[in-house]
Design a protein around this ligand. Structure first.
Ligand code: PGA
Length: 260
């Protein structure tokens, strides 16, 4: 997808069961218009994906998995694969900081997941970002560099066209504080410059890069206006259907998504 559309993704994490998820989607589909310049994606818990996939109009709302296992089939008790998710989701998150930090997922796991998603026709959203300690040691650029090299190690230039990157500073997730717009721009430029180094100028200009961490209807506009930000990954605020609807409308009104 080109960068002329805002990509607005709700990460519900381990919230909303089958009933509440379905009710939310029912309300959301009534409250949002289909905008040519906004792609709306919901990442609910795995449990609810099947039901929601039968409920959504894909022109209006697409679905994402929050996680999956990288092998396609086999004796992996408790896991769900990208192959099994294919046809149900259009996107899948890879390497959210909670996966990296709580479940100890390594770059080796994550690069296999990026590949598995692409192999199964699903767009991976590779999440990258520094912790508070790394930020205070001025290591943000190095961390982004390592996470990108690690996550994209097996990906060809052609496959990269399917990949979305989400910059999510770990210290700002669920924290009611965000980086300054200058810090976000610097981090995302560093992502693009790493992509340029790995895949060339065109790839670095074309790749969609999102910002995520403590996004609300009050600050969403200031992030979306930044030339390097192509959309948002929203946790807490996305659980409130009114707040999420407002953010979608803000994206729709953002000048740069109307100019192109
Ligand atoms: P937050 O979460 O919006 O609640 O900070 C973002 C995320 O973890 O993706």
């Amino acid at each position: 997808m080109a960068r002329d559309k805002a990509l607005i993704i709700a990460n519900w994490k381990m919230n909303l069961g089958v009933h509440d998820a379905s009710l939310y989607i029912h309300k959301l589909s009534k409250s949002i218009k289909i905008h040519r310049n906004v792609e709306v994606v919901i990442a609910p818990t795995l449990l609810t994906l099947q039901t929601l996939s039968l409920q959504v109009n894909l022109k209006q709302i697409k679905l994402a998995a929050q996680n999956f296992y990288w092998r396609d089939h086999g004796a992996y008790t408790g896991e769900v694969s990208a192959a099994q998710l294919s046809g149900i989701v259009q996107y899948a998150m890879v390497g959210h900081s909670e996966r990296r930090n709580v479940f100890n997922e390594s770059d080796k796991d994550l690069r296999a997941k990026v590949q598995a998603a692409i192999r199964n026709g699903i767009r991976p959203i590779l999440c990258v970002g520094e912790t508070a300690g790394e930020k205070s040691n001025n290591e943000t650029q190095d961390v982004l560099h390592d996470q990108l090299i690690g996550g994209l190690a097996n990906i060809t230039g052609e496959e990269l066209e399917k990949v979305v990157i989400a910059y999510e500073p770990v210290w700002a997730i669920g924290a009611s504080r965000t980086p300054t717009t200058d810090e976000i721009t610097a981090a995302i430029r560093s992502v693009r410059s790493q992509i340029k180094h790995l895949y060339g100028t065109k790839a670095s200009q074309n790749i969609q890069v999102l910002y995520g961490a403590s996004v609300t209807p009050d600050n969403a506009g200031s992030f979306l206006e930044l030339p390097d930000v192509d959309g948002l990954l929203i946790g807490g605020a996305s659980l409130d259907e009114h707040a999420f609807t407002s953010i979608i409308e803000i994206a729709h009104e953002t000048k740069k998504f109307n100019d192109k």
